[in-house]
Design a protein around this ligand. Structure first.
Ligand code: NAI
Length: 341
């Protein structure tokens, strides 16, 4: 990766900034020389007014980058929206195009980070290590209630075989699972490695574990709903590390109550922008659906942490800086990074 010195001294306004964002972006800025405005707040219709004299805004998964925010960005002469994430469902690309604002993202900073977290969720839900940890610390050495199952020989269905789905397929293949996959594009290389591409319905009908690795769009919204749940095996395990709205939450709650879903692991949640990345331990949470989900003993919720590894944050900082530097210099950037270049 090239790390050339930047002649322009352009300012980048970061939204939804966490302490670790500052650490990684400041560490790798020595090779670029950008100026920063770090805002802890999310970008939305109100906070967009914080921006002044800034060419670039750098946003994350729960920032609101809709038509009205983009129009305001254009009025404030912002030239580039740099996503420091892979998913871009929160950005109105059409309006950005109309306003002449360029948009880039970090297409694949560490697929392994997310794939490994999906596996961590599977192992936790299955072998209940989170319960065993607490139990043993209280001198309770009983095994009752900790019964798991062998992953070896189980059927794992993967929806979406891009960077993360592919990495995840390798992991579950290593565990001796039979791997089924559905994607709008069949991956021949994966087929050669033993993955069987099947219609979506077969993923639902035949899988013991279903893991979601597709983006959120009109076709995939609520891909897990009452209808698809009804096709699944009893006691199925569902893992979602992609985007919350792939799952229709009230339908999955019903399926959990009926015992249809035996295990649910979610790193993402449809209404997560009101909760995730913040400490709400002293608050009365008003979101009844997440409270209900967290009350099930067979549900594991993590707060959008699948990406959160040292390697991923390093790549995010470097790729974001390279994207911005190239766009400011009117150079081409990697096709997958360039949403609107
Ligand atoms: P990618 O773009 O490499 O792969 C996405 C795959 O989904 C592609 O193969 C595409 O053909 C497929 N796809 C598109 N529409 C589909 C449909 N209707 N049905 C089935 N497959 C479909 O993306 P990548 O890097 O693998 O990331 C996947 C998703 O993971 C991202 O869109 C993002 O939402 C999520 N993500 C979550 C993170 C976390 O921390 N929890 C971190 C990074 C990404």
């Amino acid at each position: 990766m090239k790390n050339t010195k930047l002649s322009l001294n352009s300012k980048v306004a970061f939204f939804s900034t966490q302490a670790y964002d500052k650490v990684f972006f400041e560490k790798y800025n020595t090779d670029f020389g950008f100026e920063f405005d770090f805002f802890e707040t999310q970008l939305n219709e109100q906070t967009v007014k914080l921006i002044s004299n800034t060419d670039v805004v750098c946003v994350f998964v729960n920032d609101v980058v809709n038509a009205s925010v983009i129009k305001e960005l254009a009025e404030r002469k912002v030239k580039i929206i740099a996503l420091r994430c892979a998913g871009f469902n929160n950005v109105d690309l059409e309006t950005a195009k109309k306003m002449g604002i360029r948009v880039c993202r970090v297409p694949a900073y560490s697929p392994q980070a997310v794939a490994e977290h999906a596996m961590a969720m599977i192992l936790t839900l299955n072998r209940k290590t989170h319960k065993a940890y607490n139990r043993v610390r209280e001198q309770n050495f009983s095994l009752n209630g900790l019964l798991g199952f062998d992953l070896h020989g189980k059927t794992v269905g993967i929806i979406g075989t891009g960077n993360i789905g592919k990495a995840f397929a390798k992991i579950v293949t290593g565990f001796g699972c039979k791997v089924l996959a559905f994607d709008i594009v069949t991956n021949i290389e994966m087929e050669e490695e033993g993955v069987t591409f099947v219609p979506l319905e077969n993923i639902f009908k035949e899988s013991d574990i279903i893991s979601l690795h597709c983006p959120l769009n009109e076709k995939t919204k609520y891909i897990i709903d009452e209808k698809s749940l009804s096709l699944m095996k009893n006691n199925v395990m569902i893992i979602n590390t992609s985007r919350g709205a792939l799952i229709q939450t009230s339908d999955v709650i019903q399926a959990l109550k009926q015992g249809k879903v035996g295990y649910l692991g979610i790193d993402v949640y449809e209404q997560e922008e009101k909760l995730f990345f913040k400490d709400h331990s002293e608050d009365i949470i008003q979101d009844d659906a997440i409270q209900r989900l967290m009350s099930f003993p067979n549900v594991l919720v993590t707060a959008h942490q699948a990406f959160f590894t040292d390697e991923a944050l390093t790549q995010i900082a470097l790729v974001t800086f390279n994207n911005i530097e190239s766009l400011l210099a009117q150079n081409d950037i990697d096709n997958k990074a360039a949403l609107l270049a």
